[in-house]
Design a protein around this ligand. Structure first.
Ligand code: ZN
Ligand code: ZN
Ligand code: ZN
Ligand code: ZN
Ligand code: ZN
Ligand code: ZN
Ligand code: ZN
Length: 1782
């Protein structure tokens, strides 16, 4: 890039020229000239190349500065005729803005639509308008915009109601009719006109300019240099990677630069990748082309002269400028529209707007965006010109679409995408249909692009080339346009509209003709098909057209004349199609039961058959409409009824249904999955409305016009069952027919399907027009049948119902009448449950049930009936009446052929030998008989009104067969079957039938209309027997379920163990059985015995606590100090059971080690400073925890105990398995074995180490103990001796110089043996486990490699103990639970083993190291000049200090044999640390302003005085550093509140360490806590006494603390001190309404790529940071791996654990480390109690506090990682996600 240097200075060289420029003068000159365009062009030709494109790196500052000054300003001067700022302000003032909001949406911005009032789903409001509109009270939908499109507020056609928000409400004086130009002077109009036409023409010329080296006439630059750009254009063919790779090669840039080029090309559509002389650029071009031309077409590259690029740059600027200028006034906007649409010199379609549109696909993305924006803010905002633009758009439609189909850019970058803005406006759509014949144009254009047809003229998608497939995808957008045009139905029809609509309808029929019969299939026999045939394209087309077809019918239904014409057209199209079919149609005659009919010979199983019959189905739809609107009865003469040939109508739909039946019967197995998929979609809710449902309607229509016997015979013949039922002795023949077993099976299924079809033809009457129903009845029935399966959530119901073109199901209007809503709990969804009274609509053979649905529903309904103590029979429901046109269908039930079929099946069922008939078959037959009876009852009921009682089903079924067969009647057969033992399951139905028959007979005999039969009430005895049987069955089922559950809980590993210990496990499983449990513990604890057994089994430690809860409250309990409570010998005995080997084991110092599965993790949950950078793990000294608790180590456990050796064996097995698995398949697991992770073998809880269980230490305290000052003295001597000994040892180690001054002067006090090495009391396995856990804590807590020698190992263990106790103390406060007695067992176990481990871990470390830690710790408390680097007390967390002191002390204490007690030391540590904490609190917590002193009762008087005195003592030490406070009351309040968490934590600590039961006051919430705590901790309730009782001793200590330089620094520092008590951390506050979050996220831009919208804005719920997730731009490197913004953020904010809300997805994201994560249900619910992950449904979402609190609790409990583990175990796909990239 050598050319850069010389050109850099160019602008400054011109500076003087620029400075002398006057916009005003230029404008004035322009006013004089005669040829203005020429003058302006000259100006542009002169200046544009001087401003733009002067180097490779465009210099935006100069351009942005100079362009307005030199180019825009003179134009504005000219336009206004005065100072532009003044002129434009005037314009704005006079403007009467239109009522349209027109706000253009950004990507990700929330948009709102009203489900009740929007004309169609594309009508949306911006958030501002929505909040000011009536719709916020309606059922609205919320979505996020994909960018583009604008707010429809103010558009009266877009909204059925409330078109204006408050802001856009029109004034009373209606100004919309007035021409905005009226406000402008004629001169102004003329000038504006001049400027706009010159500039717009200039911009259009430049943007559509195709020459690379020349400029349009009049723009040639004065001077021409050899400066060129190598311009790279975007395409959607090449990948990012390809482009980046090519660029690196072609222009020698770094990968980073290449990425940046590629990003810009993708965003703007083009980017110059090289600047220089022609040769230089040409060279790069050839490399790029060469490199990308191999497989696909090459990348588009142009070498362009710099002046051309310069003018193009300015042209874009000019368009933007136009967009801005017209905002000042609607008049200017109208002038611009006029200029744009003015016909050009080339005549029609040659306006500037036309030119732009027609060149759309040739322009680069950036240019398209700019001019589309201008169109939206001008043409589409002006009511008059929107119409004219729409007309031009329609005129150019075909061309534009063809360009679009050939172009490869996404539709959002195409001008065709503007169609939605015009076509959805009902008045425009109607106008375009009538005047521009738009409907026909769209359909014809669509057809034109699908020219690939087979011999019959059908679409052929088979063997599409990639090119054709691509085109097919793009051309589908035309269907979208057609949908827009049709979406609002006309309320009034004109003749012209009728004509054009019918013309469009004819075009549509042509389209359907190409689909009728496409993709035919032929049954494959012998071999399986070799290649799955293509089927998806055809179904895609069908699915896309489904709504169109429905809308076509709705248009037809709104005008009778149109309906009749459309019906005729459709019929003739269908007839035309059928005349082409010639498949094996030779006539044959069928005869049966005395009837005969002629038909053709055709076998679905042998000949071609197609699922695609859109013409037949459209006709079926129109036929039902004719019936519904009653046109058929009023104008029969207008209808071509005579032309109808019912057999022709039913033929193809029947074939299709037979195909489905045969597929079910397994006859088409060799045809592969493609056919199975087609059948699936045929019935699927997305397609069935215009496929399956209409085929059924067509059969109903055809059958209603035929003799039912003829119809049924044809049906039998198509089902290929005719031969079975046709012979005279069919009843026997079938029985003997003993062919292939498969064939019998097949025939059985076919008979079942055939019977089902008959049931549906007679029984499905819920289509308006077929039955006498409204459309809501249909939806209601649909919902009832869904809810008969089980209660469902709103979204499940929506999914099960067909949606109309507005994405509405109509469910809301009827749901409440049939269902009850049940709100959700903290998990789960809100559910709708069927109202009991609605169950009577239940039809077992509901046509939309799959076989699985059917059996589920049957089971559920029978169960409900049994529960209500009713007969469980499910008879057919009472049905609505048919419309007259379909009324004859009921005769199918009583026709001879059907009765023959029914009789045959019943006859077969007489014999139990299976194979020749099936239960389902019989059930269907019984159902059909039931339908006949119900129908007859209905007829009898209504016979009073109309004398139509020739329906006599009972008579027909009572009639025996005629001679010579003399078969028994159906009724007789049923009576016989009633007692057949093999028909137990059908008995209740048979009984119901017989009873109903009897009832009908009585009714007929009585003639009077009796009430309908009562179906309940059979013998009492039988009910009891049934119930017994059911109960036994239920019990057996429950037992089975329980067994299964237990088995499921065991992991594979466990099974391994079970195999080894079979008997033991058998035993323990039996023990789980409640019946064998003992009741002893029950009496003591009140816990049910079975629970105790279980607890004992799962949590062995707990059993101890259960039995040792404090029994007496009379004696005072101390948990610390010489007088503390001590466990007796038997209390200390602790026996636990290993979950792996089931052996019992006593916990003993010298016994086998028992361990608890545990999980150690870093934590920032309690952090008060999230800004603190993570420590350097290698150098960090963790001895003193800072009070901001910024990083801690938390230990948790599931509470399950194992032998250490059992655990080791288990872990080794896991490791081995993992290694094998990783070698075999590169899969991940939810746990990281290499990091020591495993799942608890019992509960699968994620663990990464184990804690050894230790017994309580034996202590006694006999001799008199020293007081504080004596003890301090002794300790001080001990420290001195130790220190000098250590220094000596160190010096000796160093072999070094003897500079030990005074080292030998410190003899140890009596009984303190420096050289004594205490014996380690623990068994070898316990020692091993002590090391294991210590090392794990160290490794995880510091993020370092394990090193058991590291001196920091014990420190980390103490720290984890302290941190875990603190976090649990906080948790108890937050959950408002008492300190003791409310912890779950697992936490109790965990804390007790953790503290006891803490006191033992020194035994496996270097004693000197631990002693040294102790010396340093103590020095922080009792200042010691010999110890360096002691922090000041403001920088120490006192509870951590206390725990570390107590736990490190044994290392020193073990050297002592003087009879001192460890308990004494513990007590004095507690005293000293408490005083230090009081000081810390007083120093940090004194508020700015002291409130009025409050008088309190005498009881606290003393405390207040003392604390006041104490504070003043502090002031004497610190002087002005401390504010003067004389409110003792206030100070005492501070102390009391500030120290409480510390005291509570200390109580927990000593409780677990020493085993002392807690006093009952601490087992409850409420008053008395303070006294109880102080008592339990052996502290005076006036804590200041700790100071004043030992004043002489404490004064110097206090002085020592205060004189630490850090204290004064801390007090004076600007950084706020940590205040006590530390508040619990909360997750951030979330807004109540989810759209507020969407709005917030939509204005969030990626912090790294300068102002770009972030694609996946993600909110950290811990700190509130918004992140740009899942995107390359914000990746960063973490420990050598590229990670996304979220993962990177968790490392600082959450020590590796993160909780996020993905705003666009409405999804909570949990992350842990770099490899673990899961999604979690968001805390936002819609009104139906459901979350909307992915924001697909768009229902308004509101914050559910309980759910958010639950997430917060998971976080506070440190359970996020565990939750992820469980989620990943449950759903293996989560394991494969690259979480680190989020
Ligand atoms: Zn708006
Ligand atoms: Zn508005
Ligand atoms: Zn509304
Ligand atoms: Zn074991
Ligand atoms: Zn467990
Ligand atoms: Zn980013
Ligand atoms: Zn954060």
């Amino acid at each position: 890039m050598a050319a850069v240097e010389t050109d850099r200075d160019a602008p400054s060289a011109l500076c003087s020229e620029f400075l002398n420029f006057s916009a005003k003068d230029t404008a004035a000159k322009w006013l004089q000239v005669s040829n203005l365009p020429k003058e302006v062009y000259q100006h542009l030709a002169c200046y544009v190349p001087k401003i733009y494109c002067l180097g490779p790196n465009l210099n935006p500052q100069n351009e942005d500065l100079l362009a307005p000054l030199l180019l825009q300003s003179p134009l504005e001067w000219y336009l206004c005729g005065e100072e532009p700022s003044v002129g434009l302000a005037k314009l704005e003032q006079n403007n009467q803005p239109s009522q349209l909001c027109g706000h253009v949406f950004k990507v990700g911005e929330p948009t709102y639509s009203c489900r009740e009032c929007a004309a169609d789903p594309t009508c949306v409001l911006c958030m501002q308008c929505f909040l000011g509109s009536v719709h916020k009270e309606h059922r609205y939908r919320m979505t996020t915009s994909g960018g583009g499109g604008f707010c429809d507020c103010g558009d009266t056609e877009a909204w059925k109601k409330g078109p204006y928000c408050q802001k856009h409400e029109p004034n009373i004086s209606d100004s919309s009719q007035k021409d905005p130009l009226a406000n402008l002077s004629d001169e102004m109009i003329a000038r504006t006109y001049n400027v706009f036409s010159i500039i717009l023409k200039y911009a259009v010329d430049m943007l559509t300019w195709e020459k690379e080296d020349e400029l349009p006439e009049g723009l040639e630059p004065p001077a021409r240099g050899d400066t060129y750009y190598c311009m790279l254009f975007n395409d959607e063919v090449h990948t990012y990677e390809q482009v980046i790779y090519t660029l690196q090669k072609a222009v020698n840039c770094t990968q980073k630069e290449a990425v940046s080029f590629a990003t810009t090309v993708d965003r703007d559509g083009r980017k110059s990748v090289r600047f220089g002389d022609f040769q230089f650029c040409e060279q790069a071009k050839s490399v790029i082309v060469r490199n990308t031309s191999r497989q696909t077409k090459p990348l588009r590259v142009q070498v362009m002269h710099s002046s051309v690029v310069a003018h193009q740059c300015f042209a874009l600027k000019a368009l933007t400028w136009l967009g801005q200028i017209i905002r000042y006034s609607d008049a200017l906007r109208r002038i611009l529209c006029q200029v744009g649409l003015q016909r050009g010199p080339e005549g029609e379609n040659s306006s500037l707007v036309d030119t732009l549109m027609l060149c759309d696909s040739k322009m680069w993305k950036g240019a398209r965006n700019v001019y589309h924006q201008l169109f939206m803010s001008s043409l589409l905002m002006d009511t008059k010109y929107k119409k004219l633009f729409a007309i031009q758009f329609a005129k150019n439609y075909e061309r534009l679409q063809s360009d679009y189909v050939k172009d490869d850019h996404d539709r959002e970058f195409s001008v065709t995408d503007l169609s939605v803005q015009m076509f959805t406006v009902p008045s425009l759509a109607r106008m375009l249909i009538t005047e521009e014949n738009l409907m026909t144009t769209i359909i014809r254009t669509f057809m034109d692009h699908l020219r690939h047809r087979d011999l019959h003229g059908h679409f052929q998608f088979e063997r599409y080339t990639a090119q054709q497939a691509f085109k097919f995808r793009r051309v589908q957008s035309l269907i979208g346009d057609l949908k827009y045009v049709l979406i609002s139905r006309p309320t009034e029809w004109t003749d012209q509209l009728r004509e054009k609509y019918l013309e469009g309808f004819s075009a549509f029929l042509e389209l359907l003709k190409c689909m009728q019969g496409m993709d035919p299939v032929v049954r494959q026999v012998g071999q399986h098909i070799e290649m799955e045939p293509e089927w998806e394209a055809a179904f895609t087309l069908q699915m896309k057209l489904t709504h169109i077809i429905s809308m076509m019918q709705e248009w037809c239904s709104s005008d009778e004349r149109v309906l009749i014409e459309a019906y005729k057209k459709c019929l003739s199209a269908l007839t035309h199609c059928h005349s082409g079919f010639t498949d094996g149609e030779q006539p044959i005659t069928l005869s049966m039961c005395g009837h005969s009919v002629d038909t053709i010979r055709y076998c679905v199983s042998q000949e071609k058959v197609s699922i695609h019959l859109p013409l037949s189905r459209l006709l079926a739809g129109l036929h039902a409409l004719l019936s519904k609107t009653e046109v058929a009865y009023r104008f029969p003469e207008l209808l071509p009824l005579s032309e109808l040939s019912p057999p022709m109508l039913i033929e193809h739909p029947l074939r299709c249904l037979v195909l489905c039946a045969q597929v079910h019967a397994g006859m088409w197995r060799r045809n592969g999955f493609s056919l199975v998929n087609q059948i699936y979609y045929y019935h699927n809710v997305k397609c069935r409305v215009e496929m399956f449902d209409k085929d059924l309607s067509m059969l109903q229509a055809g059958a209603s016009m035929m003799d039912p016997n003829h119809f049924l015979m044809i049906m039998l013949s198509r089902f290929e069952l005719y031969h079975i039922f046709s012979s005279a002795d069919c009843r026997k023949r079938y029985n003997r027919e003993n062919a292939n077993k498969d064939v019998v099976q097949q025939n059985n299924t076919l008979i079942e399907e055939m019977l089902h079809l008959v049931i549906m033809i007679v029984g499905e009457r819920y289509t308006a027009g077929v039955g006498q129903v409204e459309c809501f009845d249909e939806i209601r029935r649909e919902i009832v049948h869904q809810l008969c399966i089980r209660p469902m959530a709103h979204s499940e119901l929506v999914k099960a119902l067909p949606e109309n073109e507005n994405k509405e199901t109509g469910m809301e209007r009827v749901i409440d009448s049939v269902a009850l809503f049940k709100k959700p709990g903290v998990t789960g969804k809100g559910l709708y449950k069927l109202r009991p009274e609605s169950a009577k609509m239940f039809n077992l053979y509901f046509h939309h049930y799959s076989r699985a649905d059917q059996s589920k529903a049957e089971e559920a309904q029978r169960k409900i009936k049994r529960q209500n103590g009713e007969d469980s029979v499910l008879p057919p429901p009472v049905l609505p009446r048919f419309c007259p046109l379909f009324a004859s269908l009921v005769n199918i039930l009583q026709c001879d052929v059907l009765l023959g079929i029914l009789g045959a099946v019943l006859q077969w069922a007489m014999e139990p030998s299976g194979g020749h008939w099936s239960e389902s078959m019989l059930q269907r037959v019984l159902h059909l008989i039931g339908m006949g009876l119900v129908e007859e009852q209905q007829h009898l009921l209504s016979s009073a009104e109309d004398n139509d009682t020739n329906f006599n089903f009972t008579l027909k079924i009572s009639r025996p067969g005629e001679a010579p067969a003399n078969t028994p009647s159906i009724l007789a057969l049923l009576e016989t079957l009633q007692n057949a033992p093999h028909l137990e399951v059908h008995k209740d139905m048979i009984r119901w039938i017989l009873k109903t028959v009897a009832n009908i007979k009585t009714t007929r005999e009585c003639t009077a209309s009796a009430p309908p039969s009562d179906s309940s009430g059979h013998s009492q005895e039988e009910t009891v027997r049934d119930k017994d049987k059911a109960e036994r069955k239920r019990k057996a089922e429950m037992a089975r379920l329980r067994r299964e559950k237990i088995m499921a809980q065991m992991s594979e590993m466990q099974r391994h163990f079970i195999n080894e210990n079979k008997e033991l496990f058998q035993q323990s499983l039996e023990e789980l059985d409640p019946s064998t449990s003992s009741t002893l513990e029950h009496r003591y604890t009140g816990i049910p015995p079975e629970k105790i057994k279980q607890i004992k089994h799962e949590f062995p430690l707990i059993s101890l606590f259960l039995l040792h809860s404090p029994s007496s409250c009379d004696s005072t309990l101390f948990c610390v100090g010489p007088r503390r409570w001590r466990a007796g010998g038997s209390d200390r005995r602790q026996v636990v059971t290993c979950i792996l080997c089931q052996e019992e084991q006593e916990i003993r110092i010298d016994g086998k080690a028992m361990v608890l599965a545990a999980f150690v993790q870093r934590s920032t949950v309690m952090s008060k400073n999230r800004k603190r950078p993570p420590h350097n793990p290698d150098k960090y000294d963790p001895l003193f925890m800072h009070p901001d608790l910024s990083f801690g180590t938390h230990t948790g456990s599931c509470g399950h105990i194992m032998h250490s050796h059992c655990w080791q064996r288990y872990f080794e097995a896991v490791q081995a398995k993992e290694q094998r698995r990783q070698q075999r398949l590169r899969v991940h697991t939810s746990y990281d074995v290499e990091n020591g992770e495993f799942l608890c073998p019992l509960c699968e809880c994620l663990s990464n180490t184990v804690i050894p269980l230790l017994p309580l230490t034996k202590t006694s305290c006999s001799s008199e103990q020293p007081d504080l000052s004596q003890w301090l003295n002794i300790t001080s001597l001990q420290m001195k001796a130790l220190l000098s000994a250590h220094r000596k040892a160190k010096a000796a180690d160093a072999d070094g110089v003897d500079d030990m001054d005074g080292v030998n002067d410190c003899p140890p006090p009596d009984g303190f043996k420096l050289d004594y090495t205490p014996k380690n009391p623990y068994s070898s396995t316990i020692k091993e486990m002590l090391t294991t856990f210590g090392t794990a804590t160290y490794k995880v807590g510091l993020k370092v490699h394990p090193n058991e020698q590291d001196p920091r190992v014990p420190i980390m263990c103490w720290g984890s103990c302290a941190y875990t106790i603190q976090s649990i103390e906080r948790l108890l406060v937050d959950e408002e639970k008492p300190l003791f007695g409310s912890l779950p067992c697992r936490q109790d176990d965990c804390l007790s083993s953790l503290t006891r481990f803490g006191s033992a871990c020194w035994t496996v470390s270097s004693h000197a190291t631990v002693q040294n830690h102790f010396i340093r710790l103590l020095a922080a408390l009792v200042p010691d000049p010999r110890v360096e680097n002691t922090p000041c007390i403001l920088d120490i967390d006192m509870f951590h200090l206390l725990v570390s002191l107590v736990l490190s002390h044994p290392a020193v204490f073990s050297l002592d044999s003087s009879g001192l007690s460890a308990d004494t030391a513990q007590l004095y540590f507690l005293h000293l640390v408490t005083v230090a904490h009081i000081v810390q609190i007083l120093l940090s917590s004194v508020p700015e302003e002291v409130q009025m002193e409050q008088e309190s009762g005498g009881a606290e008087r003393e405390e207040e005085e003392k604390v006041c005195m104490f504070y003043n003592t502090l002031r004497t030490h610190l002087g002005s550093g401390l504010r003067e406070v004389d409110s003792g009351w206030h100070l005492w309040c501070c102390v009391k509140a500030g120290i409480l968490p510390y005291l509570r934590a200390a109580a927990l600590f000593f409780h677990y360490l020493n085993g002392a039961p807690a006093p009952p006051e601490l087992h409850t919430l409420g008053v008395g806590e303070w006294e109880a705590l102080c008592g339990y901790l052996c502290l005076p309730s006036n804590l200041l006494q700790l100071f004043y009782n030992n004043r002489e001793l404490m004064e110097p200590v206090l002085h020592g603390w205060c004189s630490h330089p850090g204290v004064l620094q801390g007090l004076q520092s600007s950084v706020a001190l940590i205040r006590f008590p530390r508040e619990s951390n909360h997750l951030i506050e979330l807004p109540g309404d989810y759209s507020a979050l969407i709005n917030q996220a939509s204005s969030f831009t990626c912090p790294k790529s300068g102002g770009d919208k972030s694609r996946a804005p993600t909110l950290c719920l811990v700190c509130g940071a918004m992140l740009c997730s899942q995107s390359y731009c914000c990746q960063s490197e973490l420990e050598g791996v590229d990670v996304g913004a979220c993962t990177a953020h968790t490392f600082a904010c959450g020590a590796g654990v993160g909780i996020f809300l993905r705003v666009r997805e409405s999804q909570v994201l949990f992350l842990a480390g770099k490899t673990k994560g899961c999604f979690y249900a968001p805390p936002y619910l819609d009104d139906y109690g459901e979350t909307d992950q992915g924001l697909r449904r768009g229902n308004p979402l509101h914050l559910c506090q309980e759910r958010y609190r639950k997430i917060q609790k998971l976080w506070r409990q440190h359970s996020i990682t565990e939750e992820i583990g469980h989620a990943q175990e449950a759903n293996q796909t989560l394991v494969g996600i690259d979480w680190q990239h989020l």
